[in-house]
Every structure is written in C-alpha cells, then in structure tokens.
Design a binder for this molecule. Structure first.
Ligand code: ADP
Ligand code: MG
Length: 351
C-alpha cells in the first residue's frame, strides 16, 4: 500500500517508477490473441501472421532526461533513437521503424528543430531504421521527445527477461559506469560556468566518459554477432538504470538468483580515474550509474565456447536457483547483497 498524506492523496514517490508500472499492469489484461507479451519486458511482443513485431517507447523530458546546457541538440536527436533501438536489441530483435512525437516551446527555432532531426537522421541511418511518422505540438515550457519503435525477431530467437536458468553464465557487454561519470563531469563544468562564464571547460581529459553520456550507441553490433555465432541468450535486458537494477529485473522475471564477481565487472580506466577524483567507488558507479545502454544477458554453459573469445563480452557470474539471493562477491571475497538504486524519476527530491 502506498502512503497517503492527510489530504488522502498518495505521492507517486512512495511507489516509485516500477511500483507505479506494476500498479498499472495489474489493471490490464491482454485480450487480442496477437498480444503475446505486454508490460514487463524491454518491448512488447506482437504476433502478426507469421511475423513477430516488437514495440517499445521512451519519453525524454527537458530538465529530467537531458539538460540543453550541455547536451548538443544533434546528440540529443541521436540519443533518443539509440536508446529506443537498445530496447529492441534487448529482445534480440532488429529495429525497423520509429514514430516521433515532439513538443516544443517558443524557445526553439526552426534551425534548432533541424539540428535535432539531423541527429535523428544519423541514428536512423546507422541503425537502418525508417522514420515513418509522429506528432508535433507546442509545449508551455521546454522540449519533450517521445519515440515509439518497432522491430522484428524470429519467434525462436526472442530473448525475454524471464528465460534465465540455473547455471547459465551472466554476460555484460562493453564497460559500465562511464555515462554516469560523464554526467558528473558535465554537471560540474556547468556549475563552474555559472560562476565564471569566461571559463572554457576542458573536457579533453574526460572525452570518453563525456562521450558515453552524450553519444550512447545501442549494441546492435552484439546482436548481429550473437546471431552469427549461433547463440540465443536465455534472457536479456539493456542496462539503462544500472547493472544492479537490471540484474534484479532478470532475477525477478526469471525466478532465479544472480551471483556476480566484482573483479569481473568491466570498468574503463577513465571511468575509474574520474570516479576516484569524485571520491566515488567505481564499482558503485558501475552498479548504480545509469544510461550505459550496454546489454546484460545470460547464456547456456554449452554456448560459452562460441563467444568466449569475443573482446567486448565479459562473463561476470552465474545464475543459481534461489531468486532471493542476488549477490556480488567482492574483490576481498565477501558476499554482498545486490540492491538497486537505479534512476528513479519519482524520487522525492524531484518535483
Ligand atoms: P525500459 O527501461 O526497458 O524502457 P521501463 O522500465 O521503462 O523499460 O518499462 C518496463 C515495462 O513497463 C515495459 O514493458 C514498458 O512498456 C512498461 N511501461 C512503462 N511505463 C508504462 C505505462 N505508463 N503504461 C504501461 N506500460 C508501461
Ligand atoms: Mg530496456
């Protein structure tokens, strides 16, 4: 039950984002036979004749998801597509179409819109996605972009969050925590600029982490490579909210437990150094920092050989039978429970 204030209304922050989604989900059932999977995975699964359609949506609100003080409009355009493609990748699918809703305040010029759409076009070309429609309207303040994406997958190749089995190997692509550290740098430079506008930010030293925040790419390359290797992950999710949160999603959906090893979790040197500079524990940034858009997936032990030599897939642990035990074995050998902090846009400090 959610907490009620004296006026009898419940604050959304008492439920959080996932609690709210659960509450909505409970009220709706799937009635069309073509609706194979509804709320609860990275994309919905819809049957259309012999084909499977994947459908997903993400909204981006100025001031919540991006700050135009440091996010160039072209990068924003690219990012809203890349993050949606990432959800299709997380189903082991291929993206095909997007529709885009955009709401603009009068602060934005035609040229600004051109720049956003230039970024959108670059991403559409890169991921081979067609922009097929959308909606345009005004906004009382700021910029809102909402993207819906469609993709396809062969029925037997879809990777759900729910398919992880005991003894599967837990895999993660790329490296983690970088996007979060990039955000810390950009926020810091913004504060410096506010107090002294003549200061030019020196971002060269932080190029990689800042790039991870401003120019994320969906790991479609991995999806194609897994397909070539003949590997279908038993479960998969993209890392948008941090490794810890996504591990718990796989655990909950699959009814199994996750055991990972701290020394196996991939962290780039620059992420590590920047975290130290901010007096943050790099592993905490990898576990709880958001927006890396890497893939977290599980494979059968018998498939390990086929991807063992892949330079950008890391094997960080294994699946066991107890869904209540999600743990990380630290470098010192202690076993610590995995807790999700993640990104909660309804946290009580957000109005
Ligand atoms: P992701 O981070 O992969 O984009 P989310 O955490 O946003 O996924 O959403 C989890 C699941 O809940 C998805 O299946 C999504 O479609 C569904 N969902 C999110 N918000 C809503 C909503 N307002 N109404 C119905 N379903 C929702
Ligand atoms: Mg996702």
């Amino acid at each position: 039950m959610s907490e009620k204030t004296s006026a009898g209304r419940s604050e959304i922050s008492t439920l959080g984002e996932f609690g709210l989604i659960d509450r909505i989900r409970k009220e709706f059932s799937l009635n069309n036979p073509s609706s194979k999977l509804g709320i609860g995975d990275d994309a919905a699964v819809i049957e259309s004749g012999n084909e499977i359609i994947l459908l997903s949506k993400d909204i981006f609100i100025e001031g919540i998801h991006f700050d135009l003080g440091y996010m160039p409009l072209q990068h924003l355009g690219y990012k809203v597509i890349a993050t949606n493609v990432s959800d299709i990748a997380a189903m082991n699918g291929k993206p095909t179409q997007v529709v885009i809703g955009i709401a603009l305040s009068n602060r934005f010029s035609v040229e600004a819109v051109d720049t956003i759409y230039h970024g959108i076009k670059m991403a559409c070309e890169n991921y081979k996605v067609d922009l097929v429609g959308g909606d345009t309207t005004s906004s009382p303040f700021g910029l809102v972009i909402s993207v819906s994406i469609v993709g396809t997958a062969a029925n037997e190749k879809i990777s759900y969050r729910s398919g992880a089995k005991e003894n599967d190997i837990i895999c993660v692509t790329g490296d983690l925590g970088g996007a979060y550290m990039g955000l810390q740098i950009l926020e810091r430079e913004k504060e410096v600029f506010k107090t002294n506008p003549s200061m030019q930010p020196d971002l060269e030293k932080y190029e990689y982490v800042v790039g991870r925040q401003l120019k994320p790419d969906a790991r479609m390359d991995i999806i194609y490579e897994l397909s070539e290797a003949g590997v279908v992950p038993t479960s998969m999710i993209d890392i948008s909210d941090g490794l810890a949160s996504e591990l718990l999603h796989l655990s909950k959906s699959s009814g199994v437990g996750m055991k990972v090893f701290e020394d196996k979790i991939p962290i780039d040197n620059q992420t590590f150094e920047t975290a130290m500079e901010f007096n943050l524990d790099p592993i905490t940034c990898a576990l709880n920092g958001g927006e890396d858009y890497e893939l977290l997936f599980t494979v059968r032990q018998s498939d390990l050989e086929k991807i063992k030599k892949h330079p950008d897939i890391h094997f960080i642990g294994h699946v066991h039978s107890n869904p209540l035990q999600n743990v990380m074995v630290s470098k010192a050998g202690t076993v610590v429970p995995i807790k999700a902090q993640g990104w909660d846009h309804f946290a009580s400090d957000v109005q």
